[in-house]
Design a protein around this ligand. Sequence first.
Ligand code: PSU
Ligand code: MN
Length: 308
Amino acid sequence: MSLKEYLSFSDEVLEAKKTGAPIVALESTIISHGMPYPQNVETAKRVEQIIREQGAVPATMAIIDGKIKVGISNQELEYLAKEKNVVKVSRRDLPAVLSKCKTGATTVAATMICAELAGIEVFVTGGIGGVHRGAESTMDISADLQELAKTNVAVVCAGAKSILDIGLTLEYLETYGVPVIGYETEEFPAFYSRKSGFQVDVKTSSPNETAEVLKTKWDLGLRGGAVVGNPVPESAELPAELISSMIENALKEAEEQGISGKDTTPFLLARLKDMSEGKTLTTNIALVEHNAYVGGQIAVSLNNLRKK
Ligand code: PSU
Ligand code: MN
């Protein structure tokens, strides 16, 4: 089977490819494992709409019946959002899930791979995976970070959650030469909160300025991705003091219940939502929508630079 036969484009994305319109990749783990139903479907649809309003075309990625879907239908979205047994697909899972004609939701790492295969350079999500707290003994480091080291896709996100070790996550990205851009911020955002106490490499203040950094990286032949950290809007921010004790408790529960590997991140997200009585979910939705707004504009700018 040739590469082309693994990919299945939606009509909207196919048309965008033909006309050279800007395209933005979106992940599906956030739908299947990151948010509850029905907020997951509503958010996924709204995020796609926001991207269209910026003049770009959304391409939500998923593995469906052994194909890499680049853009999914409403029916496929409903399935990914409702079905309990959708596999969480990261880099290592792609071969088995595809060859066995299964269905799965793609993480940041797997979505980057699919985006690169489909020729898409900008990807919008909520937060990236990273180095987990206590990684010195568990070795739990998200495959997202290795993917950022080698796959040519920019990930627009609200930083990394403080369920992770943000300092070590940034050290890892530095070691692998991954630019960390702060969108209108000098501090790397901490997902639910605007500040983490850690500096970014470069602050950009417009979509065009951001697109120029990305284009220059790839013009130089520097393979790999970039992180664009876009802080959650102030109106939706959760103060770090408010959630830090919840995070401590959620981490303790995870340890007591023996949660490990790929189950850790979904477990922590679900527990935080319950402990905060839904506040973390509201914030999560707001930050993803804001990332779609900014990421859509960056994709348009990058597309314009490429056409020059
Ligand atoms: N952060 C969120 N929501 C999510 C994820 C991260 O706020 O849904 C998902 C993303 O798909 C990310 C994955 O790639 O979790 C990381 O999982 P792990 O830590 O197992 O690599
Ligand atoms: Mn992990």
